[in-house]
Write a protein of this length. Structure first.
Length: 430
């Protein structure tokens, strides 16, 4: 068994290893690689952009997300659905991201109106208000943990507000999400990885259902209300579907933004020329949007997605059989030199940038517009208000091969005490 195969199926490796070296080697030498790994079920690792796009564009027809879920089990202890609640749920087609065919289409149509570009643009005032509150707290100090205090806190607050989760529960949801997304990480552990994951999933789902039930008698303009009013072919969602879709919205609503912003800022601090160019052009929305796309390409926060082959098919010169598992590694596809010039270079001026960080096809990320808005606002504020920015300590990565990203990144910058007054004046002047 190759060491590469073991490492790609070991979440702990992602905290201090170099998966990019593995993906580069596979992409050039064995782009559709039969992977043995630590799991009982072997699978194909797909690492080139064209092959990944082919799979995503043939969702349901050739590749199913419903048969075995959308992600690899995090370890052997997660393989049996009777042992792992998260595995049981991901394999039961209870959530938009794990549905094929008509159920997926019906539910996606229902929720898509709430995540169109126009709908999301109407949320800009909320995003800026949350950002102002955070910056008023951290700017006078001249230091912060960027990942937890800004890159994670802002999108968490925004998606929680959109869902309708009370403010006093936001920190709990953030912790519970980390428990199921990175259950092998000691920082979030409450026992075994399965126990940690199950507790995180259960807590979010139970709370979502409890809050959603309150909306039946008292509907509001939020996603919790939408969840209790949603139907698939005339049938209301079950409590399991309400809870698991609520978990999906919360996780997807902040994971991409938190990870992309943290990795993007880390690369900017390594490259003063790009940082200063962005600072000089920070009032150009197109510049901020392009930079955000590069943040997503370079970081690829959702490390992989799993599909089950529904009919024999050739991909990248390999014969996949019905029932095989095939895993797209987004990091590898998003650094494919056949598509991206100088792909290992972080370049905020990159154009075109056809990355797959939000996927494509039927399962294109429903919250992509929201993630882009969150990142554009945060990037503009960092450029406007954090001068002399630099690392203030070691960067820590999460132990996860599903949501791989930075969990702590201490930074320092020139402290300023005028931000709160400036924002109050701006609000008073409309």
């Amino acid at each position: 068994m190759r060491q590469d195969d073991i490492d790609l199926t070991n979440p702990v490796f992602f905290a201090d290893g170099d998966p990019h070296a593995i993906w580069r080697r596979l992409r050039e030498e064995d782009p559709v690689h039969w992977t043995e790994g630590r799991l009982t079920k072997k699978f194909w690792s797909v690492t080139r952009h064209a092959d990944a796009k082919f799979m995503l564009m043939n969702d349901t027809r050739i590749f199913s997300v419903q048969r075995a879920g959308a992600n690899l089990p995090m370890g052997p202890e997660f393989e049996n659905p009777e042992d792992s609640l998260f595995t049981q749920l991901t394999q039961s087609a209870q959530q938009l991201a794990t549905m094929d065919g008509q159920p997926h289409n019906a539910l996606r149509r229902y929720f898509s109106t709430q995540f169109t570009s126009n709908s999301v643009n109407s949320l800009e005032a909320l995003v800026r208000s949350v950002s102002d509150e955070i910056l008023a707290d951290i700017l006078p100090r001249g230091t912060c943990d960027f990942t937890t205090q800004y890159a994670g806190r802002l999108p968490t607050a925004v998606i929680a507000a959109i869902l309708g989760v009370p403010r006093e529960m936001w920190d709990d949801f953030y912790l519970w999400n980390n428990m199921f997304a990175a259950p092998e990480d000691p920082e979030f552990s409450i026992g075994t990885p399965v126990e940690t994951s199950t507790a995180g999933v259960s807590n979010i789902m139970r709370t979502v259902v409890e809050l959603a039930e309150l909306r039946r008698a008292n509907p509001q303009d939020d996603l919790l209300t939408a969840l209790v009013q949603a139907e698939i072919d005339g049938v209301p969602l079950t409590h399991t579907q309400i809870g698991f879709n609520g978990l999906m919205f919360f996780a997807a609503g902040h994971e991409t933004t938190r990870s992309s912003m943290s990795v993007g800022l880390l690369e900017l601090m390594k490259d003063p020329e790009q940082l200063e160019w962005l600072r000089a052009n920070r009032n150009d929305p197109a510049v901020l949007r392009a930079a955000a796309e590069e943040f997503v390409r370079y970081s690829s926060p959702l490390t992989h997605t799993l599909r089950t082959v529904t009919e024999d098919v050739e991909v990248g010169g390999q014969q996949m059989k019905e029932g095989d598992w095939a895993v797209i590694w987004f990091h590898a596809a998003n650094r494919d030199p056949r598509v991206f010039e100088n792909p290992e270079k972080f370049d905020v001026r990159r154009s075109p940038n056809p990355h797959l960080g939000f996927a494509v096809g039927k399962h294109f990320c429903l919250g992509a517009h929201l993630a882009r808005l969150d990142m554009a606002v945060m990037l503009g504020e960092v450029l406007a208000h954090m001068d002399d920015i630099e690392l203030a300590g070691p960067v820590e990565w999460a132990s996860s091969n599903l949501f791989w990203g930075i969990k702590h990144m201490p930074i320092r910058f020139r402290a300023r005490n005028d931000f709160g007054a400036a924002q109050s004046a701006r609000a008073a002047n409309g």
